[in-house]
Design a binder for this molecule. Structure first.
Ligand code: NAD
Ligand code: AHE
Ligand code: ZN
Length: 369
């Protein structure tokens, strides 16, 4: 079938809106009509050419919601008409990761996903007869996409896709990082570095966990109003100080903060976040994605003196078992998605969504097909 899509033909170039061909779903696959998709910083990261797994030409996008159109052979968990959120972290329920009880990092389709193809090693997308790569197992920048059955969470059909599409990545990652990765407890102090969709979701999660002091840190002070509305108690702009940001936080707190979260993808800030975690027990969670070749460092003494460095993918959330419940939470108002959607637009304007993100003017732009 034909589908309108925003194709990334080459790194660093704007997306081109074209009509692509989408082949029918094969065994274990599902054709989905994407109704809405958010634009996450990771899409911009891969488009920039910094992603070691970046492949071109491809169909980006991984924060969507849609409706099942057709199922391939053997698919039993969804039927046409079901409302779904595609998952870049699949959940097969059978692999050694899924059954470990220790992680959400299902391995079922991860290898082929990283190679931009479906589990059988081929693509369902083509343009002028040439194959296009899939992206993160989702490719939500196409009105019609094919995903593995294990990469679909079936959700309440009455959920508003304009909002719940954000549970496909940003908001789930931030909230999940607080509850599943850091396990923030009532009264704990929290510091959030970077107040985009991910950082604001961490703040929302910290408030749910009844955290005490919540530091919100960003070089763009325009982000502070929303951070405060979501629950931040202290907003700090590192540019206002002539000392490192970890020192600023230590000067305020003396021994540091119980939980720090890096939501930018900057290895220097990752170090700062670790170094202002509390002496003796503080932990720092890396959420931001850093470019090819970049590495983190700190004095080992920071770890010797009791700090822990952690990371999280999709907030540790198991998509098929847990995302439907998070959609229900959003429908009940227990997760507030509305403030994240600062802009909506059609697919033709998707490059504007990237500009707004780079200019620090949006939290999330949602593309409506
Ligand atoms: P975003 O661009 O919307 O937000 C980033 C924020 O960081 C902006 O507000 C920006 O002003 C701020 N910032 C930039 N440099 C800064 C600095 N030096 N000090 C303080 N603040 C600074 O991005 P986003 O969509 O919220 O994504 C954030 C990061 O999380 C990205 O790296 C993205 O790839 C990553 N991510 C990871 C996961 C995961 O599962 N681990 C999931 C989603 C996104
Ligand atoms: N492909 C990159 C890293 C990209 C990355 O870390 N992705 C995050 C999700 S970002 C969502 O916006 C992630 O979950 N990674 C775990 C996984 O299995 O992909 C690289 O460095 O090669
Ligand atoms: Zn994302």
């Amino acid at each position: 079938m034909k589908s309108r899509a925003a194709v990334a033909f080459a790194p660093g170039e704007p997306l081109k809106i074209v009509e692509i061909d989408v082949a029918p779903p094969k065994k274990g696959e599902v054709l989905v009509h994407i109704t809405h998709t958010g634009v996450c910083h990771t899409d911009a990261f891969t488009l920039s050419g910094s992603d070691p797994e970046g492949l071109f030409p491809c169909v980006l996008g991984h924060e969507g919601a849609g409706v099942v159109v057709e199922v391939g052979e053997g698919v039993t968990s969804v039927v046409p008409g079901d409302h779904v959120i595609p998952l870049y972290t699949a959940e097969c329920g059978k692999c050694e990761f899924c059954t470990s009880g220790k992680t959400n990092l299902c391995i079922a389709v991860r290898e082929t996903q990283g190679k931009g193809v479906m589990p059988d090693g081929t693509s369902r997308f083509s343009y002028n007869g040439q194959p296009l790569y899939h992206y993160m197992g989702c490719s939500t920048f196409s009105e019609y996409t094919v995903v593995a059955e294990v990469s679909l969470a079936k959700i309440n059909p009455h959920a508003d896709h304009e909002h719940v599409c954000l549970l496909g990545c940003g908001v789930t990652t931030g909230i999940g990082a607080v509850h599943n990765t850091a396990k923030v407890q009532a009264g704990d102090s929290v510091a959030v570095f970077g107040l985009g969709g991910i950082g604001l979701a961490v703040i929302q999660g910290a408030r749910q966990a009844k955290a005490g002091r919540i530091f919100a840190i960003d070089t763009n002070p325009d982000k502070f109003e929303l951070a405060t509305a979501m629950g931040a108690t202290d907003c700090i702009n590192p540019s206002d100080y002539d000392k490192p940001i970890q020192q600023v936080i230590l000067d305020i707190t003396r021994w540091g903060v119980d939980h720090t979260f890096e939501c930018i993808g900057n290895v220097n800030v990752m170090r700062a976040a670790l170094e202002c975690a509390h002496r003796g027990w503080g932990q720092s969670v890396v959420i931001g994605v850093a470019g090819a070749g970049q590495e983190i460092s700190t004095r080992p003494f920071q770890l010797v003196t009791g700090r822990t460095w952690k990371g999280t993918a999709f907030g540790g959330v198991k998509g098929r078992s847990q995302l439907p419940g998070m959609v229900e939470d959003a429908m009940k108002g227990e997760i507030d998605l509305k403030p994240f959607v600062t802009h909506t637009m059609g697919l033709d304007d998707i490059n504007h969504a990237f500009e707004l993100m780079h200019d620090g003017k949006s939290i999330r732009s949602v593309i409506i097909y």
